[in-house]
Design a protein around this ligand. Structure first.
Ligand SMILES: [Zn+2]
Length: 419
């Protein structure tokens, strides 16, 4: 059974976390109301509108929390590090879906509380329309996550952490209307993903997919390191070097028994300070230089192609990643060219069969002979259209793409869709 955690609940606990005195006040009012057996709780200020909604939609949930908290107070319960009211609320209710769309406005503090990523049974997470600039590495804790909606945010390709690869159950990823100029290269290492939506990033993609049509040898670009470095000055502690090695290894440190739980939190805290080489096991501080590599995996989608962007630590790593990817792309292009030629050949055969049966011009002008099968007529028109617009058999030509798409329609559905 799905149990939904809503945006108004997140806002409520974010507020109580910032203003614990307000929680005490409303906790006592709720307890009093329960003892009196009335519905009256007093006036709720407008800025606490999410409390009104929660009391209306989820009165039992809040009451259970109040009772639990009062019990703990009686027993002088000591909270663990990182344990908050929201942690207790989430653990009590076993949520499986988080519907957190449109809860933050532009300019607001839209930091996502870590607690929502510590809910192990979440299968559905929607964060649309939140002006998010980054997704925290804690996303990798959601081992059962199947559907992740990040539509309409402000995400760049670097805003999506490599730890997303730990979400091995992920099937659907929605990235429409963000600021992506390519898809993160590590998505290619997530074989269970079936659907990726990336509409609305087209203007940004254009700047990258031009690399498909230009010099293939220019797909490796040197990068200077970021000038932002918020880590303390050297010498770093042992935990820092441990975190660096763990991050570079790309191991799922959230589940690996060799990584102590306290170190997991620390690795998460420093995760965004590193770029991870997608060829070797290096993690480098974001202030260090590296290389950006563009590859193309699924080139034929309508008239465009889908670029993937990778970060690598050295020129050797860049070549080790780019050259095989380009070879694979060329092989696929040659395969599609062969398919195209076969398609044209089949169409020509059908054309001559059609011609033998009747005068071809009566077919094109719409005067269909009753004896002629409909499918033959369709083939003739399709072939004519291809001949009139196609000037070459290069796989990058739009007509080829259209034909390829057309052929895919007639075959079985694709396993993976990037839209
Ligand atoms: Zn490397």
């Amino acid at each position: 059974m799905c149990n939904v955690f809503n945006g108004y609940e997140l806002l409520l606990f974010k507020r109580f976390n910032l203003h614990p005195e307000e929680w005490i006040e409303w906790r006592d009012k709720l307890r009093q109301r329960e003892e009196d057996g009335t519905d009256f709780i007093g006036d709720i200020p407008r800025e606490l509108w999410y409390l009104s909604v929660a009391l209306h939609q989820r009165p039992r949930f809040l009451l259970h929390l109040v009772q639990d908290e009062l019990e703990k107070e009686k027993k002088q319960y000591l909270r663990r590090i990182g344990e908050t009211l929201l942690t207790t609320y989430i653990n009590m209710n076993h949520f499986t879906e988080f519907h957190l769309d449109s809860i933050f406005k532009y300019g607001e503090d839209n930091k996502l509380p870590k607690e929502i990523f510590k809910c192990p049974n979440v299968r559905y997470l929607s964060l649309k329309y939140n002006c998010l600039y980054e997704i925290p590495p804690d996303i990798g804790r959601l081992q059962k996550l199947k559907h992740l909606a990040l539509t309409n945010n402000r995400l760049h390709v670097q805003s999506i952490p490599h730890s997303l690869t730990f979400c091995s159950s992920l099937r659907t990823l929605l990235l429409d209307n963000n600021l992506l100029d390519a898809l993160p290269g590590f998505l290619l290492q997530m074989p269970n993903i079936e659907t990726v939506h990336r509409h609305g990033n087209h203007n940004y993609f254009k700047s990258t997919f031009m690399w498909y049509h230009t010099d293939v040898y220019c797909r490796i670009m040197p990068l200077v390191g970021s000038s932002v470095d918020i880590l303390p000055k050297k010498p770093f502690k042992l935990s820092f070097w441990a975190a660096k090695a763990i991050i570079g290894s790309k191991m799922n440190f959230f589940v690996d028994e060799n990584v102590a739980p306290i170190l997991r939190d620390y690795v998460c805290d420093v995760y965004e300070q590193f770029n991870i080489c997608q060829n070797c096991s290096s993690a480098c501080l974001i202030s260090e230089p590296g290389f950006k590599v563009i590859t193309f995996k699924n080139p034929y989608l309508g008239n465009t192609c889908v670029p993937f962007q990778h970060w690598v630590c050295s020129l050797n790593c860049a070549k080790a990643l780019e050259i095989p990817a380009r070879m694979e792309q060329i092989r696929k292009a040659e395969h599609l060219d062969a398919l195209y030629e076969r398609y044209v050949h089949d169409c020509q055969q059908s054309f001559y069969v059609c011609e033998r049966k009747r005068k071809v011009f009566s077919c094109l002008s719409g005067e269909v002979d009753d004896d002629l099968p409909e499918s033959d007529c369709d083939t003739v028109v399709s072939l004519t259209s291809a001949q009139s617009t196609s000037t070459c058999t290069q796989s990058t030509h739009s007509t080829v793409s259209e034909l390829t798409m057309d052929m895919q329609h007639k075959n079985k559905p694709k396993n993976c869709a990037i839209m």
